[in-house]
Design a binder for this molecule. Structure first.
Ligand SMILES: C[S@@+](CC[C@H](N)C(=O)[O-])C[C@H]1O[C@@H](n2cnc3c(N)ncnc32)[C@H](O)[C@@H]1O
Length: 333
């Protein structure tokens, strides 16, 4: 009796091999084919397992996201009504769209756009500012590690313009009419301003970084710096000089500054973070000697450590030799 899947030597054959084929194959060739089929089967199973696993993770993430963002409790709602503030109720999730629900949870880094300069801007400048805020929101939504974006001191025409923006009420942001200094503790605030003597070198989760919501075409030079100094708040400028050579002014727009901080949080590399966000027309170039300098410093430190180790070893050897000599002398005596 002949079985399609068996050859004369009782080896099970791959389904796709016809009995005629099998007759002409050697025992070794059949074994090889079996091995290939076995491996293929294994690969298929592995793929299936991987697919199931990623589906499971996706479902879990979606569930977590829903827990974080849907149906506020009765107490949350009460708190919300009593305080009447969107910023204070970080705990209270805003109703977010289905599309946004799928997005990654916000990290603990905080950036505030200080929108309290409404009266100092023309209608045209306010329109520009709200466009820039729009860009900040868009960039944050696309980021791998989105941050918490706050609009503080949001009043007047800026507020009205933003509220008339399509979908604004569903944005994953926090906003308040109160000024930033009424919302956050003084010692956690760092006002970003190009006039500062301090240079920003790291971004921390326990600090709040303020960007002046101003489009002034250089009309109100140093305004945010003077205000922050008056209130007694720490300031810092972006480390542009340290990482880039740049032809033009180092005063950037709100969305550019926001993107630089967001980039840095995501890539932890200032050169990359800066060059990615600053427009070409500004003629910025990464300082070539930046890497060289860092490497040279590293090498210098390594050499110094090596020398120190060598000296220590030499001293140790000398001490050992001296001790040995002493012992020999004592024994001889
Ligand atoms: C167009 S600038 C407004 C300049 C305005 N005259 C002022 O007094 O700040 C918008 C905001 O971006 C931030 N900014 C711009 N360039 C910066 C830099 N080089 N370093 C730190 N922050 C900067 C500041 O927060 C600034 O208020």
């Amino acid at each position: 009796m002949q079985n399609n899947n068996k050859n004369n030597n009782n080896f099970s054959l791959p389904n796709w091999l016809s009995s005629n084929d099998s007759k002409s194959l050697s025992k070794h060739a059949i074994k090889k084919l079996e091995k290939i089929q076995f491996q293929k089967q294994k690969q298929k199973e592995k793929k299936k397992r991987k697919k199931n696993q990623s589906k499971k993770i996706q479902n879990e993430n979606q569930q977590k996201e829903q827990q974080n963002t849907t149906t506020p409790t009765k107490k949350d709602k009460q708190d919300h009504e009593e305080k009447g503030s969107q910023i204070e109720d970080e705990k209270l999730p805003r109703k977010i769209s289905r599309k946004n629900r799928k997005k990654i949870p916000l990290s603990n880094f905080r950036i505030v756009i200080d929108c309290s300069f409404d009266e100092l801007m023309s209608v045209f400048e306010i329109k520009k500012l709200t466009n820039q805020i729009n860009m900040c929101y868009g960039a944050n939504n696309k980021a791998e590690k989105p941050i918490k974006l706050y609009l503080a001191g949001l009043i007047g025409r800026t507020k009205a313009k933003l509220e008339s923006t399509n979908g604004f009420l569903n944005w994953r942001i926090f906003y308040d009419e109160k000024k930033y200094q009424e919302i956050f503790k003084k010692d956690e605030i760092i006002y970003l301003t190009s006039e500062s003597e301090e240079v920003l070198d790291e971004i921390y989760e326990d600090k709040v970084y303020i960007i002046g919501g101003l489009v002034d075409h250089n009309r109100l030079k140093g305004l945010t710096y003077e205000e922050a100094k008056k209130i007694g708040i720490k300031t810092a400028k972006l480390p542009i000089d340290q990482y880039l050579s740049m032809r033009s002014r180092k005063v950037l727009t709100v969305d550019q500054v926001f993107s630089i901080i967001l980039n840095y949080i995501n890539c932890k590399d200032w050169s990359q973070a800066l060059i990615k966000a600053i427009p070409l027309r500004k003629g910025a170039k990464v300082k070539k000697d930046q890497n060289l300098k860092e490497n040279q410093n590293l090498k210098q430190n390594q050499n110094e450590n090596l020398n120190e180790n060598e000296n220590e070893n030499e001293n140790e050897n000398q001490n050992q030799n001296q001790n040995q000599n002493k012992n020999q002398n004592q024994n001889q005596n």
